[in-house]
Design a protein around this ligand. Structure first.
Ligand SMILES: NC(=O)c1ccc[n+]([C@@H]2O[C@H](COP(=O)([O-])OP(=O)(O)OC[C@H]3O[C@@H](n4cnc5c(N)ncnc54)[C@H](OP(=O)(O)O)[C@@H]3O)[C@@H](O)[C@H]2O)c1
Length: 251
């Protein structure tokens, strides 16, 4: 039986790449999107063309009030598409970037970062635990910016740091159900993240490339296949770890 991986924010960027990477390894995918339904539908079609099953569901990971309804829609999709009551892997990927010096960060910027990257991950995972199969896996996305500091990313990096702590506690608490929980921390990657800044702004790109041992920033193909591999049986004994995937950024 194919494993089912739920990936939040898989309409584009790292989530989409992880979804396709999982499918290429023979897995099925539930992907969520926030605003870009057409791109999510295109990702579903691409996964189906690989001979795997996929479903796209809308979700704002920053709105806890919507999570019970999302769990119901997920349960319905699992029954309809797979005839199952559970899924196997949860990948908490969805998120946005926000840049402001600590002196200038507004409460609204701060709250949205907390809601999407910390509170949302905490309560979405809580809402989905009854549907996550025993022996399953959770992957939470952090960032290389929790280990190296770059001015302007303080609030963003701090909520990602919270996720790294949460990962260890989740691993401890869910171990009794055989669920492994890890953090993947990408370095700077060329996606739409923060208006495509890493990809489209030469100075920004050069700044991060210059602090990376392998001499460039990352691309989505540097991350998605690693996540698919982490979810495979080969890596079943990795638990409660922060795994940085950055080409050696800031070492
Ligand atoms: N790119 C980097 O340099 C980098 C480095 C380290 C860590 N990360 C982390 O990696 C993750 C993915 O980033 P990315 O580079 O793939 O970004 P991206 O290309 O901008 O894609 C973001 C994805 O998340 C979804 N999303 C954004 N806000 C959401 C919300 N409130 N609720 C639900 N979905 C939401 C988007 O959905 P729609 O398209 O439907 O709007 C999209 O699918 C994030 O957690 C980010 O913090 C990125």
């Amino acid at each position: 039986m194919s494993k089912i991986t739920l990936i939040t924010g898989a309409s584009r960027g790292l989530g989409r790449n992880a979804a396709l990477s999982v499918a290429k390894k023979g897995g099925d995918v539930v992907l969520t999107y926030h605003s870009r339904r057409e791109e999510a539908d295109a990702a579903v079609a691409e996964i189906e063309a690989l001979g795997r099953k996929a479903v796209a569901l809308q979700l704002d990971t920053g709105k806890v009030a919507g999570f019970a309804d999302f769990a119901t829609r997920l349960r319905d999709a699992l029954r309809e598409t797979w005839g199952r009551e559970s899924f196997d892997h949860l990948v908490n990927n969805a998120g946005h970037g926000d840049f402001a010096l600590s002196a200038d960060t507004t409460e609204a910027q701060f709250d949205r970062l907390v809601d999407v990257h910390f509170k949302g991950v905490f309560f979405l995972t809580q809402a989905l635990l009854p549907l996550l199969a025993d022996g399953g896996r959770i992957v939470n996305y952090s960032s290389g910016l929790t280990r190296v500091s770059a001015p302007g990313w303080g609030a963003y990096a701090a909520v990602k740091g919270a996720i790294e702590v949460l990962t260890v506690y989740m691993a401890k608490e869910l171990g009794a159900r055989g669920i492994a929980v890890n953090t993947v921390a990408p370095g700077a990657i060329e996606t739409d993240f923060f208006g495509g800044a890493v990809r489209d702004t030469p100075d920004f790109n050069a700044f991060f490339a210059g602090m990376t041992a392998l001499g460039r920033v990352g691309v989505p193909d540097d991350i998605g296949p690693m996540v698919a591999s982490l979810l495979s049986e080969d890596n079943r004994w990795i638990n409660a770890q922060r795994i940085e995937v950055s080409g050696g950024q800031g070492i």
